[in-house]
Design a protein around this ligand. Sequence first.
Ligand code: HEC
Ligand code: HEC
Ligand code: HEC
Length: 446
Amino acid sequence: MSTQRRAVRRPWVIATLALIALVIAAVVAIVAHRPDIALPPTLAQRQPDAARGAYVAVLGDCAFCHTKGGGQPFAGGLKLSTPIGAVYSSNITPDPETGIGNYSLEDFVRVMRFGVRPDGARLYPAMPYTAYARATDQDLQDLLAYLQSRVAPVHEASRTTDIPWPLNLRWPLALWNAEFHDPSRFKTDTSKDDQWNRGAYLVEGLAHCGTCHTPRGLFFEEKDVRGVTNLYLSGTKLDGGSPINLRGNEGDGLGRWSAGAIASLLQSGRNEQSAVTGSMADVVRHSTQYMTEHDVAAIAAYLKSLSPAPGERARFAANDTTTRTVMAGTERSPGGRIYMDSCAACHRLSGGGESLTFPTLAGNSTVLNSDPSSLVAVILNGARIPATDATPTGLAMPGFGWRYDDIDIAALATFIRTSWGNDATPVSARQVSQLRHELSLSRADR
Ligand code: HEC
Ligand code: HEC
Ligand code: HEC
């Protein structure tokens, strides 16, 4: 009896051990694998263009992330929070020891497309190689020429992460990449025109809009990096803000925006209805305002082609009920009273604001966003429209976090989200308190 049972069990033991060995071998193979970058031989004959590379750096917003407050340009050290601890950007000046002075073109392309450093270590996807992978070989070649020949070398070692052991081990990132990272170059869609393709190339690739605007999954992976589903750019929540839905929804998306309105927002931080706030203000300040008119128009045309995102979302159908009750003095809700006291002077009783000066709150995408974090953050801390070459004066809105408690601010935000035809979900005092906490943390970081 017992020998018989052992005989039955043994093949299972052997099979299990073999399976474990196979899994270990597969993991070792994935981790040890150095991605083959397969550069076309013609690239070596091409003369890199550093001036063009300077513009590629603008498209990719490299300087913003690779320069810490008060630091030397591109010397790194900017702190970026991730769910497991802070990561610091690297020194990418041409210093041979601490920067990228010794990088070959192959080394650079491997980092930008696969997130693998010359020493074989994997980068955290806090560096948007997940998007930069789409860039053309020529753009990367020019970008490297710019960084190596036009940027001043700074001798300053890159900071190690604050991520605790064992999460700070970099090899498991190889498994993350194997599962989630698509390193392939941008594919032109021949059914679309050149402008659309240029826009898609920038949005998916160098301009990495999806790293903030696309919702993420359990492992912090973007749910779509290729724009094949309608989750792509459908809006999400970041620390201290909520990048809006950039798809064609009429309420919370860009459905009611003209291509021209998108383009002026990217170039000047504002348009007839809206103004950028939070981390979008940094994007405009350091990157999109310097893009050519041609590129900004291409991005706008591409965004306008996106179908609506799925799910129950906020709606907007202009009506003047709220305006009439506040004007008649019969508005009794606590949120409405605060609005009249503190907001209406600039944003008007009609919520209509003042063109190019005070944003319109009626039908505003930031106000209607499923996640109200950006709206609440503006009320708590105020905001300043970035001064751009197009509009040199940066208008500001004062913060009200010191003046009102969480219950007041929740009532106010709810009032704005449900007035003048806005139809979005209410905001709770808990959401406000949570956001105050997040914002105080990110402020302490600076
Ligand atoms: C959103 C912020 C962000 C942006 C934008 C960004 N980087 Fe990075 N980059 C990082 C972080 C963070 C690291 C370090 C990641 C780590 O330690 O795993 C990094 C690392 C790198 C490295 C690796 C250097 C080394 O050897 O350690 C290179 C090269 C690099 N970035 C180049 C660029 C270029 C070129 C651009 C613009 C096209 C760019 N980065 C834009 C955040 C950013
Ligand atoms: C670093 C994160 C980040 C990146 C990268 C980013 N955005 Fe945003 N974006 C935000 C946040 C946060 C908001 C919400 C605040 C706001 O509405 O101004 C936003 C809002 C917007 C808005 C609405 C602005 C308004 O006032 O209603 C547009 C349009 C937009 N982004 C387009 C883009 C495009 C196009 C790109 C790529 C070129 C991009 N964003 C890249 C964070 C980002
Ligand atoms: C002194 C004039 C002023 C007052 C008072 C004021 N705001 Fe603003 N508000 C502005 C300006 C200017 C901006 C644009 C700032 C920016 O986008 O960086 C703005 C932006 C906003 C935005 C973001 C709009 C967008 O397009 O993303 C919201 C939401 C907002 N204000 C709500 C309020 C609320 C609620 C109050 C009352 C508690 C208020 N404001 C009081 C001037 C004001």
